[in-house]
Design a protein around this ligand. Structure first.
Ligand SMILES: Nc1nc2c(ncn2[C@@H]2O[C@H](COP(=O)(O)OP(=O)(O)OP(=O)(O)O)[C@@H](O)[C@H]2O)c(=O)[nH]1
Ligand SMILES: [Mg+2]
Length: 201
């Protein structure tokens, strides 16, 4: 039977796929966030934190951490039948900065995950995206025992443009992370619509 007007069969939807980066300081919960929402088994590149790394790996606030991401995390989430996100989690430590430019290629937007106990650890990620004009959203991962702050306080402390969304989240919780990703996409798409790409000739 032809798929004409009279066909009741729903045409399969070819989803739009978007690339989103998950960045932020060391041990802030990036790998946890990707793992919480990914519908495929996330690809991880964890290596054990070693005695040798102790002088350079600042474990303050994450003393129980035993592994660290050395290349990237990768996961996928279907936000809607026609919208799939590919998530790329960055390594958190300064010595892996050289990987960021590769990971950032073609990204629509980014989440900068922050921990209010070590807010300064995400300055570098914020700077990176501001400089490259990649739309980002700040998500504060609310660890137990950490002080809670109003989003305005975080916005001021990070000296963010007023348009940058700041959300509270729990990186372990699927629903919470999903809300963050929806905010990232909405913010990034709104920005693309406001600032059209220069015409290529
Ligand atoms: N209590 C609490 N612990 C969390 C939360 N998110 C992550 N953790 C823990 O914090 C530690 C660090 O989490 P990771 O997801 O490895 O952090 P990361 O940002 O990927 O770390 P790097 O890749 O090394 O920069 C792990 O032991 C997690 O179990 C959270 O929301 N609450
Ligand atoms: Mg990690």
């Amino acid at each position: 039977m032809a798929f004409g007007r009279s066909s009741r069969k729903k045409r399969p939807v070819e989803p739009v796929t978007l690339k989103i980066l998950v960045a932020g300081g060391f041990g802030v919960g990036k790998t946890t966030l990707v793992g919480a929402v990914s519908e495929i088994r996330p690809l991880r590149t964890e290596e054990r934190l070693s005695e040798a790394g102790r002088p350079v790996d600042d474990l303050a606030g994450v003393e129980t951490k035993t592994t660290t991401t050395v290349a990237m995390d990768f996961g996928r989430i279907t936000l809607r039948e026609d919208l799939v996100l590919y998530l790329f989690g960055t390594p958190g430590q300064d010595r892996f900065w050289f990987l960021w430019d590769e990971l950032a290629q073609g990204a629509l937007g980014a989440v900068v995950l922050a921990d209010t106990r070590r807010l300064e650890d995400c300055f570098a990620a914020v700077d990176y995206f501001e400089r490259r004009k990649i739309a980002f959203t700040v998500a504060v991962n609310c660890f137990e025992g950490a002080d809670t702050f109003a989003t305005e306080t975080v916005q001021a402390a990070l000296d963010l443009d007023p348009e940058v969304p700041v959300l509270m989240c729990d990186a372990r919780d699927r629903g919470s992370v999903r809300d963050v990703l929806v905010a990232v996409v909405e913010h990034a798409v709104a920005r693309v619509e406001r600032v059209p790409e220069p015409a290529t000739t």
